[in-house]
Design a protein. Structure first.
Length: 435
């Protein structure tokens, strides 16, 4: 029998870089809600963990993340390496990192980053379309005859390298320095200036050379050899989204510089969410999953948040557990991503503040599709992997129950998990067989 309190000391807040906007409030009939992956669920704890990872300085030795089940590799991983390439090769570096992680552990699988609104020219397959004038109808453009809020040209080239396709530099490698540093004499993304470009969601069914944007987006952008067509990849992170005010994480004056009217923005917003419904459905049909299809927040939202928090918090512990200790609680029919405290893009993953409480609460409410871990914390973080994440708890014998006022318990075939919300303490008792 192993019994104990697994909690830790308070952590310091980790300073994070650019925070991704939560994709939570702007869904239109989104099929991400209440969907499960095609693979079987599992109660094995060492297959029920996740981390969103980024090391800006280069590829990471897999031993640094040994044990984690799902590793979602961010686009900024190894940025200080691929930003200096001529031309940039972000996608190739990303799949190399995923393969390294996948090959290092029998229960580890990798996810890759795909932006759902931005055409990033450091992705090889995107650059091929951006630099071919035939495909210009797939992209949004600068409105002619205006003074723009962002540079239209890269003046490191002589003569300057310009494009009438809208682009900004909000999260862009630049020379000599930016969000990633290019090598002299300038950033190389082919025959267009470096920047973040935008697809036009309204062009989803526009066919060029026998292929629509939608067909290319799904089959060549998401399901190429560096993504979903690679057996090392089991899922995706689809960043950013459109609202009726404009695109997220772009220059705030982007709609003005593109000359978009309120009617244009509404049409783009509607088209974007319709397109993503098709993307989410195809991801499931082809045996993959995405972060945006997770259940990550309480109250429950349709789209997985980049900065999730724990479903059970100290201040509302009893109320939270009463919500989930029911036969039809949403954790039983959604794929739940439960963040370690404090979550919400904060905290130090090298020093988990309430590991024991988080693990116990996760075990109390989880269903067969569930992961415990970290959302976005920024690049360069160190992730501790406590030994208890390898414990074998067996399978649950029933849902959690309130066995005393503010005291909740769930029995597993090899463990009894108890949480006392009155004093924020947990107990996990492991046995070979619990009667």
């Amino acid at each position: 029998v192993k019994e104990g309190h697994l909690g830790g000391s308070a952590s310091k807040l980790l300073c994070v870089g650019v925070i991704c906007v939560l994709g939570l409030l702007f869904s239109v009939n989104n099929v991400a809600y209440a969907q499960l992956p095609s693979w079987p669920g599992t109660w094995r704890m060492n297959q029920s963990t996740i981390v969103m990872y980024c090391n800006i300085n280069g590829l990471t030795d897999p031993s640094a993340l040994k044990g984690w089940g799902y590793i979602d590799v961010d686009w900024s991983n190894a940025k200080q390496v691929w930003a200096k390439q001529k031309p940039m090769d972000c996608t190739e570096m990303m799949i190399k990192q995923v393969t390294m992680f996948d090959d290092a552990g029998p229960y580890t699988t990798g996810w890759v980053y795909r932006n759902s609104i931005k055409a990033l020219p450091w992705y090889t397959m995107v650059r091929e379309k951006l630099t071919n004038p035939q495909y210009a109808p797939w992209f949004l453009k600068f409105a002619p005859g205006r003074n723009y809020h962002v540079p239209q040209c890269d003046n490191n080239y002589h003569p300057p390298l310009c494009s009438n396709l809208y682009h900004d530099q909000v999260q862009t490698p630049e020379y000599p320095s930016g969000d990633g540093s290019c090598a002299a004499p300038a950033c190389d993304v082919g025959s267009v200036p470096v920047g973040e470009y935008l697809w036009d969601p309204r062009a989803w069914n526009v066919s060029i050379n026998g292929e629509t944007l939608g067909q290319w987006f799904i089959n060549k952008y998401i399901f190429d050899a560096t993504g979903g067509a690679n057996p090392k990849v089991s899922g995706f992170f689809f960043d950013d989204f459109w609202t009726t005010s404009g695109p997220t994480e772009m220059d705030p004056n982007a709609p003005l510089d593109m000359g978009l009217t309120p009617a244009d923005l509404q049409a783009i917003n509607n088209a974007y969410w319709s397109n993503m419904n098709q993307v989410y459905a195809t991801v499931l049909q082809r045996g993959k999953f995405s972060w945006q299809q997770f259940m990550t927040t309480n109250p429950i939202g349709p789209i997985g948040a980049t900065c999730p928090g724990p479903f059970v918090k100290q201040a509302t512990c009893a109320a939270n557990l009463r919500q989930f200790c029911t036969a039809n609680n949403p954790a039983q029919n959604r794929f739940m991503m439960y963040s370690f405290t404090p979550g919400e893009c904060q905290g130090n993953p090298a020093n988990l503040q309430f590991f024991g409480q988080d693990l116990a609460n996760f075990l109390l409410i989880r269903g067969p599709y569930a992961v415990l871990g970290h959302g976005w914390i920024g690049c360069g973080a160190t992730y501790t992997y406590p030994a208890a994440l390898n414990w074998d708890f067996g399978v649950p014998l029933a849902n959690c129950q309130e066995v005393g006022s503010g005291i909740f318990q769930r029995r597993y075939s090899k463990a009894v998990v108890t949480m006392n919300c009155n004093n924020w303490t947990e107990s996990i008792t492991l046995t070979s067989e619990v009667q």
